[in-house]
Design a protein around this ligand. Structure first.
Ligand code: OSB
Ligand code: MG
Length: 379
């Protein structure tokens, strides 16, 4: 007998069952970006079970197809009718083998990521290891910034100041036509040394090149996703005309998109959202590929609950996550979260939740009050 107990060696983990919930959490502050306003967060929450253990993940799609094409209703249906019946009752040796079985389905990266990420958490717990260790990350905290939604300039100035005072390491300002250069001028004057970025969520075109060139005057760390959600080519053209590095978000939904963006110099910074790219397997590949091109990455956010937030934190401990992510304090979004632990930053650093898997557990009492629908899938 070994001196220390360890989990029995096993060749594969069998998924015994799944619980899919539709969850609604009110937002502390409405969040406005170029494409619309969110006042609440509605999302699929998935629990996979094996060997008496549970793994959790959430879907990051919006109710409307305004960020990318996926929707909450569409994903709930796909998960219930296709993806969960496909994996429940099956055994997988590792997350890569599960990801391979989902890969043939076209797109729907966020729905597939929900299943893949829940399996990562389950697998990590079955090995009694933190998710970060299995992903290849290390360290007990990550650098974070904040993403500030569109609002009146004077109010945004106050919010920038308050978040810098809390130690956040970078401020991202949401912009849109008519709410861009004057905002940047005011914020840059008030905070000459702050790490500032903008996120346009696809609201400009190459016809706006002059305006985007004017942004070069504000010493931005990067401009996030200025052009269309599916147009890497135009971003490559734009990068030849502006000095500020372009960071891509919506355009990168697969490893191949990342490769094409890197090869064409359309992205000098990469926003990795694990849900957007289909899960941790692809996120890690994009992380590695970006590193090979000497392109830094950071972890984007989708106003996640504590479950998605914990996944993001673990992923952000990989070595090429050298720019602050959007995974800020949960209390900025929700008065009460659906997990038992508090995910709060200290001086612009978010501690990695310790323990096996993603390191957090569901607050089942509060979750019950936040659950709109619940479906069980059994083997
Ligand atoms: O483009 O990064 C984005 C939220 C919803 C949809 C798109 C985006 C965002 C954010 C929020 O910027 C980041 C966060 O605080 O979670
Ligand atoms: Mg973005």
């Amino acid at each position: 007998m070994p001196a220390q107990s360890r989990p029995a060696l096993r060749s594969a983990l069998r998924i015994d069952g799944a619980t899919l919930r539709l969850v609604r959490l009110p937002l502390v502050t409405p969040f406005t970006i170029a494409t619309g306003t969110l006042t609440e967060k509605v999302f699929p929450l998935l629990t996979l079970r094996a060997d008496g253990l549970e793994g959790h993940a959430e879907g990051v799609m919006d109710p409307l197809p305004d960020y990318l094409e996926e929707t909450v209703a569409g994903a709930m249906d796909l998960l219930q009718t296709v993806l969960l019946p496909q994996v429940v009752g099956k055994s997988y040796a590792n997350p890569e083998s599960l990801a391979r079985t989902l890969a043939p389905w076209r797109a729907n990266h966020m729905a597939k990521a929900t299943v893949e990420m829940a399996f990562w958490d389950l697998w990590a717990r079955s090995l009694d290891l933190p998710l970060q260790t299995l992903l290849g990350g290390e360290g007990d905290a990550i650098d974070v910034g904040v993403s500030l939604g569109i609002g009146p300039i004077d109010q945004t100035l106050d919010r920038v100041g308050a978040h810098l005072a809390q130690g956040y390491k970078r401020i991202k300002l949401k912009v849109k036509p008519g709410h861009d250069l004057a905002l940047l001028d005011a914020v840059r004057r008030a905070y000459p040394d702050a790490h500032l970025t903008v996120d346009a969520n696809c609201c400009y075109t190459l016809a706006d090149t002059g305006l985007l060139q004017a942004m070069d005057g504000f010493a931005l760390d990067y401009i996030e996703q200025p052009l269309a959600w599916d147009d890497i080519h135009d971003h490559a053209t734009l990068q030849t005309r502006i000095r500020t590095p372009i960071c891509l978000d919506e355009c990168i939904r697969t490893v191949d998109h990342a490769r094409k963006a890197l090869q064409s110099d359309a992205a000098r910074v990469m926003n990795i959202k694990v849900g957007r790219v289909g899960g941790h397997v692809a996120a890690r590949q994009i992380h590695d590929l970006s590193a090979a091109f000497q392109v830094p990455v950071w972890c984007g956010g989708m106003l996640e609950s504590g479950i998605g937030r914990a996944h993001n934190i673990h992923l952000s401990t990989l070595p090429n996550f050298t720019k602050p992510g959007d995974t800020s304090s949960a209390s900025r979004y929700f008065t009460r979260d659906i997990i038992e632990q508090k995910l709060e930053t200290v001086d612009g650093r978010m501690p990695v939740p310790p323990g096996p898997g993603i390191g957090v557990s569901l607050d089942l009492d509060y979750l019950a009050t936040a659950t709109l629908a619940l479906h069980e899938v059994r083997a």
